[in-house]
Design a protein around this ligand. Structure first.
Ligand SMILES: Cc1cc2nc3c(=O)[nH]c(=O)nc-3n(C[C@H](O)[C@H](O)[C@H](O)COP(=O)(O)OP(=O)(O)OC[C@H]3O[C@@H](n4cnc5c(N)ncnc54)[C@H](O)[C@@H]3O)c2cc1C
Length: 424
């Protein structure tokens, strides 16, 4: 087993969700592990997940929720939910679930990070923050991986009470130098932006782009301007050339630029410019006929609709106005109830692309899956090279599926990397 501070059995590049899970699994399998994290602290993204509550997995990890279900199924294996539950039990994290979405019992994302980092420290993982990996290659003679990091020449300690921002600035201002590490196995766990690994290793890369973000839309009648900031329960159907492509039900947030909310995020993984996005504003009813019957009953109770205020009590006023205008409604129209029912159940926009991509939750693309063995996450033609989490070309719906991928790929690769190091 390796001894010097810059030598290890396994080097994990990136101390995010997948990297820490991997490091822990490798250390528990007996390897000496160093994590090289470019930022001043590990797992910072975890803190932002689930609106600060961290939806860390799902009680039903259906491979169909992943972009490549067959590869996902091979990685998930049997009862992945139980393996993840055991993993978290083993680090002392108590979880709870809401509608199958699993959270830490504390409903605080830092509980997840702290439990994981505590377990890593107890297992003897060396966490090297402010160590940005800038290169990696396999030395054919020694059959070891040589990893270059860029780090402060002298360690910069965080002062008591110092903000992370101020500390980061001091680290950035410190004199940096190249530090060379070596290991029997290296794990790419740097999240999105995996193009550097493709350049360093020659492995194929699937083009990267953001997903899980709002869907940008347009409409001719200015409805989105009117609805900006409004939330409503709705069903969203995505249509391409008239055919339904995907459907999501949940809370929708209308924005000037399009549609946001978890169901829109999920559609951002499937939509293309030119698709139609149909919003059913009465998702609790079984479609247009049921909506027409409900509106006819409402007309009996309130009188025939004469203006948008007829929707008061059913829809938020701006939504009622948008529906009224879109339906081309005018008082005394005999077909009006039917047109209103159609508009309410199929309020349509044209998809123009994605919006707010800078804060997208996940990067699509990454190191191409065909180059990796799903049983170990080791590159088939590059011994000792592993990739995990978002660095791989896999993305999934909201609901804990992406973090589940991070934990499961991390656990698999960690155990396999330790075995690879053991076997020379
Ligand atoms: C706002 C937001 C909310 C989300 N909410 C959820 C949720 O509730 N549930 C869910 O399942 N998923 C959620 N996700 C997605 C989830 O966070 C990711 O799928 C997951 O973090 C991916 O883990 P990772 O370890 O592969 O990558 P990351 O978490 O991105 O970790 C990569 C790490 O590598 C480091 N790094 C990068 N380059 C280098 C380098 N050259 N050298 C050294 N270190 C480097 C980074 O600093 C980072 O610490 C959310 C994402 C966002 C942005």
């Amino acid at each position: 087993m390796a001894r010097a501070d810059t030598a290890a059995d396994v080097i994990v590049a990136g101390g995010g969700a997948a990297g820490l899970a991997c490091a822990l699994a490798a250390a528990r399998a007996g390897a000496q592990v160093a994590v090289l994290e470019g930022d001043v602290a590990c797992a910072r993204k975890v803190l932002a997940t689930g609106n600060g509550r961290c939806n860390l997995t799902n009680e039903s990890l259906d491979p169909g929720r992943y972009r490549y279900p067959a590869f996902a199924a091979a990685v998930l294996g049997n009862a992945p939910e139980e393996r993840i539950a055991r993993f978290w039990e083993g680090v002392g994290l108590v979880t709870t679930s809401t509608g199958g979405w699993v959270y830490p019992r504390s409903k605080r994302a830092e509980s997840v990070r702290d439990a994981l980092m505590g377990a890593c420290e107890r297992a003897g993982v060396r966490l090297r923050c402010a160590h940005e990996v800038r290169g990696a290659r396999r030395d054919a003679a020694s059959r070891r991986w040589l990893v270059d990091a860029w780090a402060p020449e002298r360690p910069v300690r965080r002062r008591a009470g110092e903000t992370e921002r101020r500390y980061r600035r001091r680290v950035e201002e410190a004199r940096h130098a190249r530090v060379g590490f070596s290991a029997a196995a290296v794990v790419a766990a740097t999240g999105g932006g995996a193009g550097v690994w493709a350049a360093w290793t020659g492995l194929p890369l699937a083009p990267e782009s953001p997903v899980l973000c709002p869907v940008a839309c347009r409409c001719a009648d200015g409805a989105l301007d009117r609805l900006d900031g409004l939330r409503a329960d709705a069903a969203l159907t995505l249509r391409r050339a008239g055919e339904p492509v995907a459907r999501e039900v949940g809370e929708v947030l209308f924005r000037r630029y399009g549609v946001s909310g978890i169901c829109a995020f999920n559609l951002s993984r499937r939509c293309e410019p030119g698709d139609a996005l149909e919003v059913d504003l009465l998702p609790e009813l079984a479609g247009e006929d049921a909506a027409r019957a409900m509106l006819a009953r409402r007309a009996e109770l309130l009188g025939e609709p004469r203006d948008a205020r007829w929707f008061d009590g059913l829809l938020a006023r701006p939504l009622g106005e948008a529906v009224w205008e879109r339906a081309g409604a005018a008082g005394g129209d005999r077909e009006l109830v039917g047109r209103l029912a159609r508009t309410l159940t199929c309020f349509s926009f044209e998809v123009t692309g994605l919006a707010e991509t800078a804060s997208a939750q996940v990067t699509r693309g990454g190191l191409a899956l065909e180059a990796f063995d799903p049983a170990t996450l080791e590159a088939r033609d590059l011994p000792g090279f592993f990739a995990v989490g978002e660095a791989l070309d896999m993305d999934a719906d909201c609901g804990g599926f992406n973090l589940a991928w991070a934990w499961l790929t991390g656990m698999r690769a960690g155990a396999a990397a330790a075995a690879a190091a053991r076997n020379g």
